[in-house]
Design a protein around this ligand. Sequence first.
Ligand SMILES: [Mg+2]
Length: 367
Amino acid sequence: MWSLLLSVQLLASCSSIALWPGAEGTTAADVVFLLDGSGSVRAKQFSVMKTFVKNLTRSLLEFNTSFAFAQYSIETIIHVNFHQFQRTGWENQVDSISQRRGRTYTADAIKTVVEELFDSSAGARPDAHRILIVLTDGKSDDASSYPNVTAQADGKNITRYAIGIGGAFSSPSAQEELRSIASSPDHVFKVDSFEALDNISSRLVKSIVFTEDSSLLCHPLPFNYTLHGLVFVPERMSWVEALHHCAERGSRLLHILDSCTQVRVEELLAMVALHRGCVEKAWVGLERCMINPHAPWEWSGGAVVGHYQRWSPSFPHKPCCFHCGQLLQEGAAPGQEHRTYRWQDACCREKLPFICAPANGTQPCQT
Ligand SMILES: [Mg+2]
């Protein structure tokens, strides 16, 4: 049984592990927020804009993302580039941005971002999707420069979102300007007020995560999926938390004792992937004693792993300090119907979705 003490020890280990999903070998996204700091934006509105940026950043942090923040008015100020972005403390970085005021040179700001931020010198990753989110309250003073600037952005494969705020975009010419900034018509978002920005956050996150080329980024749909009595829980938890979650609901973290159950799990995960984009990893009930380095792998509750095993070719990944077992996607590329999963040791503190099964075993297989 997992005692509280053991759980605490467990959570204190594995400190060097990257915890956000997709950190290994999957598509990444570098995101730039470009805030309108011009004089037409009132101080309170600028503050609301920063809150929106923080909410969106928080929503995207669980993916393999990195962020940079800049504001524009008569000039463009890069406040935080990708090198400077702090995965802990980033909210203070946004809070400390103070409004510069002045005229509205939006096109010039996009040019600056394209040249100076989406560059390796600023920490942009060569294999990451490039996403630029432009927030603006009104028409720019340099709209004639858009064709050149957006062509430059297209040349660097930068996906651009235009967030138009307030009534300034009610005129056809202003809407056309918004359309000029964005990569495509469905990347234009308009809201009536700064306070309404949060209303579009969810839609924007979906749009960013589900862009055509970023299908490897999982979308955190808040639903459980059930197939063959197995329940996929998308909420990310540590192994111990997942164990408790299943137990509190009269089930247990999944045991895979035969090929039939393995096949059923893969069918379940294929169904989830159809809705979610992908499932790279999920906790199952594999565990190993932390105190005895020679302890065998067991299914939670004490049954030693038997004759049926589906370990990954790279198992064990870290025999010194990985004591919990996950399902790891292998083989089929995302988008293909059939995915296979192997078992792999992992840091118990990692936050992953997981699979619960009936405590008295899965439904009988017809083999
Ligand atoms: Mg302005």
